[in-house]
Structure formats: structure tokens, C-alpha cells
Design a protein around this ligand. Structure first.
Ligand code: F0G
Length: 456
């Protein structure tokens, strides 16, 4: 059969609330054109993020009931730890309430102040945590990553020559290298096994720790199975294990490929570092066998980490994102090619050439999808990554102006996606009328969450 179906049936449903374009225009004005400020009840199809927005399985809900809420040494902790260790092989596993808590603890413990962290592309919270800890975050993606329309199987790769050069020049002033799989800010694109292996070798030759931001490890592993020579017969579980074997540690948000609504972990092999990390954990997150999570959350993650490597699930997952991408392209909207694992990234910079980067074309496109169809996405461009450079004080613009439509896991059906594609057709018909924005209020870190905008 050619049709790739949702490999699940639906046992519990949540109503969606319809709104009119006129109502949505009012909501946009009330929210100062920031979609993070719009209450979820006014959203029809919410593609803001794939983070924590997935549907849990009946086995996960059963796990929720099984959750052991003992403060120390709960059964749920041992099940969580066993599954994370089986998958990653890391010696020390530190539960956290979500990914950014793992990042904060890692960068504080590694002592990145005055040092540099290198990545294919830092996600926004990763960059913000490096900078908040006094470090400098430098992105060195492969050149192909900066050409949205170019087809390449592994646009999430880190530039190995640049890595070698940076490590040779900067030596021990590099605190660590962290590769994001898949590369969220770079279009949800995977890194190849070869690239990860070589990056790890280069780091170890220079005695620099090699980390993974492993939020979407299973999607990345399935891309390797589909696209990299020598992996088509391997199980996703074993591909994932091989990926983790190259790293000294990892940060993880269980809100993505943990198939859970909350949670995360920090893991690694270094005993001294792990001791320091646990001290920080106890200070702000919780005791090392729950780390800010309820026992039931640990259970849901332990089950989710098993379900996420199921290949029927991953085949459906990547197919549904690709289906969305192909629909957008049919309406003439350029996207980062090929579609990513968890999201489609619309190239607002080239779709709306009349809006310059400083006037936030990605946000203009985001607001149009909401106003015309009640669809919420997120700008990944100058609103998210611009702002003052902490070192030079200069106003930054992002390398690409994108709108990300992220697909929650196991939540929407094919007809929901068909609807989004129809909205895209309306947006495309009105593209020349869309206007840019000016920022009238912003915060120092992660300004896109709270900024207030004015339409020009
Ligand atoms: N790293 C990556 C690659 C991410 O995509 C995220 C979150 C984090 C770290 C932080 O994890 O949210 O659990 O603290 N990404 C979400 C998104 C927010 O919408 O892409 P967190």
C-alpha cells in the first residue's frame, strides 16, 4: 500500500474552537502582533511548536497511574534511568524539568564564562544559556544549510573544516562543542552519522568535550536510516545508540522525542562534572532521582523513549511533515528543502522581498497565517535571533528569515494538514499586501516570547 496512515486510532478527543478572520485581527491587535500572547483557545491549528504538545499513548497514560511519587529512589526513577541508559549508554543521568534546565546546568558546570561554545546551530534557549553564563555561542553549520532551496540529505551537519580551524586557533578557550540533532534553527535538518563521528574525533583530538543537543534524536536516526549508506537495514534503536556513542554527554528535552508533555535530562560520562551538575540540580531543580519532575512524568518519558523509535511511527511522522511541505510548495511558497523532521520552514525572506529583515518578514507571514486561517506558527529570524549583540552592542539580523510550522506528535490528522495547505493558498494570494513590523518593547534575553510589535 502506498498510503502512509496515522499508525494509531483516537481514544480521547479535544474540541477545536472556530473563530472568524475579523475576530482574529482583533486578537492580533490585543496581542501587539505577538502570537505567543494569544490565548490558545483562539487558535485553530497550533503549529507554534512540537514541544510538549504531543498526544500521549494509552501506555503512557497507564504509566502516569503507575507513577511512584517517593521523594528519593522512586520506582519511576529507576525505570526512567534504565531506559535512558539503554538508549544512550551514558554513565550519569540527571533528570531535569525540561531541556533548557539541562543546558543551564551544563554550561554553568563546564564554566563557559569567557569561553566559546561551537555548534552546527545553537537553538535559541541554548544560545541564551551560553550567553547568560558569560560565554560566546558560535554557529558553524555546513555551507549548504544557508541555501534554503538547495536539496541536500544532511543540511544539519556541522562544518568540519571550520571546526578543525576554530579548535586549532582557540584551543582550550573552547568550552565544548554541541551538535543539535536534528538542527532545529537550521530547518529541522539531520546530521549524518559520518559527520557526527568525524566531529567527535576532531573534538577528542583537541581534548574538547563533544555534546549532543539530542531533542530530536529519533527523527535524526530515521533520516540516517533512510538516507545514509550502510544504515537501511539497521534498527533505529541501534542507530540512535551509535549516535550517542560518539558523545561525551547530551542535553535532552523530553517534550520532543520523549513523546512527553514535560521533562528532560542531562547526561554524561565525566564523574567530577556530574557531581557539580548534581549539586546545581539539587539547588534549583530537585533531588537527583526526580530533578523537578513528578514520578508520573518520569514514567511517561520512559515509555515515550521506547515508542519513539518505532519505525511505523517515524515513517508516518516524517511523511506527514513532508506532506505539509509539498502542499506549501504547490502554492508557490519557498521552503527550506527538504522538509525537516518536525517542521516545515517557510522562507519568508525570499517570499516577501518587499519586507526587509529589520521589518521582520517571518513575523509578517506568521501573522498572515493566523489572521487568514487561525494557524499559529513561529518566526525564526530576526525577531528571535536579532537584538543587540552582547559583545559589540550591534543590532544583529538573522542569516535567514523563516516561519516555522511545527507539527505536534500524534495530534493532527491529514485533513488538518489539508486545511493548513488551503490557508497557505490564501496567504500566497495576498502576499504582496503583507506589511512588516517595528519592535516597540523587548526584553534582554529571548525577546520573541514577550516583545510587543507595531505594524508598519
Ligand atoms: N534544544 C532544541 C534543539 C530545542 O528545539 C529546544 C526547544 C530546546 C533545546 C529547549 O528545550 O523547551 O524543553 O527547554 N525547542 C522548542 C521549540 C521550544 O519550539 O522548538 P525545552
Amino acid at each position: 500500500m502506498k498510503t502512509i496512515i496515522e499508525p494509531f486510532r483516537i481514544k480521547s478527543v479535544e474540541p477545536l474552537r472556530m473563530t472568524t478572520p475579523e475576530e482574529r485581527l482583533e486578537f492580533l491587535k490585543e496581542a501587539d502582533w505577538n502570537l505567543f500572547r494569544i490565548p490558545a483557545r483562539h487558535i485553530l491549528i497550533d503549529l507554534l511548536t512540537d514541544s510538549g504538545t504531543g498526544a500521549m499513548s494509552s501506555e503512557q497514560w497507564a504509566g502516569i497511574m503507575r507513577g511512584d511519587e517517593s521523594y528519593a529512589g522512586a520506582e519511576s526513577w529507576f525505570r526512567f534511568e534504565a531506559r535512558v541508559r539503554e538508549l544512550t549508554g551514558f554513565k550519569h543521568i540527571i533528570p531535569t524539568h525540561q531541556g533548557r534546565a539541562a543546558e543551564r546546568i551544563l554550561f554553568a558546570s563546564l564554566g563557559v564564562a569567557g569561553k566559546v561554545v561551537l555548534s552546527n546551530t545553537h537553538f535559541d534557549t541554548t544560545r541564551a544559556n551560553v550567553e547568560a553564563a558569560g560565554g560566546e555561542a558560535i554557529d558553524i553549520p555546513v555551507a549548504e544549510a544557508l541555501h534554503p532551496g538547495l536539496e541536500h540529505p544532511f543540511k544539519g551537519n556541522i562544518d568540519l573544516e571550520a571546526l578543525e580551524r576554530q579548535l586549532a586557533e582557540r584551543g582550550s578557550s573552547v568550552a565544548c562543542v554541541i551538535v543539535t540533532i536534528t538542527n532545529n534553527s537550521g530547518g529541522g535538518q539531520p546530521a549524518s552519522m559520518e559527520n557526527l563521528r568525524l566531529a567527535s574525533e576532531i573534538c577528542h583530538r583537541h581534548e574538547i568535550p563533544f555534546y549532543l543537543d539530542a531533542c530530536r534524536f529519533a527523527e535524526n536516526a530515521f533520516f540516517i536510516k533512510l538516507r545514509e549508506k550502510g544504515y537501511s537495514e539497521r534498527s533505529v534503536e541501534s542507530i540512535a545508540q551509535e549516535i550517542f556513542s560518539f558523545a561525551d554527554g547530551a542535553t535532552f528535552s523530553a517534550k520532543k522525542d520523549g513523546l512527553a508533555n514535560i521533562g528532560g535530562f542531562l547526561a554524561g560520562n565525566d564523574d567530577t562534572l556530574a557531581r557539580n551538575e548534581q549539586e546545581l540540580l539539587i539547588l534549583t531543580e530537585g533531588f537527583p532521582t526526580y530533578g523537578g519532575l513528578a514520578g508520573r512524568d518520569l514514567e511517561a518519558i520512559a515509555v515515550g523513549l521506547k515508542e519513539v523509535v518505532d519505525e511505523d511511527y517515524l515513517r508516518y511522522r516524517l511523511a506527514s511533515v513532508r506532506y505539509l511541505g509539498e502542499g506549501l510548495v504547490r502554492h508557490g511558497i519557498p521552503i527550506i528543502q527538504p522538509p525537516g523532521g518536525h517542521a516545515v520552514y517557510l522562507d519568508a525572506g525570499s517570499f516577501l522581498p518587499h519586507i526587509p529583515p529589520r521589518e521582520l518578514p517571518g513575523q509578517a507571514l506568521a501573522c498572515a497565517f493566523y489572521e487568514l486561517g487561525g494557524v499559529r506558527g513561529v518566526e525564526i529570524g530576526t525577531l528571535m535571533f536579532g537584538g543587540k549583540d552582547p559583545k559589540t552592542g550591534e543590532e544583529r539580523v538573522a542569516p535567514l528569515e523563516l516561519l516555522r510550522l511545527a507539527v505536534p506528535r500524534r495530534v493532527y490528522t491529514q485533513s488538518h494538514v489539508d486545511y493548513v495547505v488551503e490557508v497557505a493558498g490564501e496567504v500566497a494570494a495576498k502576499s504582496h499586501e503583507l506589511r512588516g513590523f517595528k519592535i516597540v518593547e523587548e526584553s534582554q534575553h529571548l525577546r520573541h516570547f514577550t516583545a510587543r510589535l507595531q505594524r508598519l
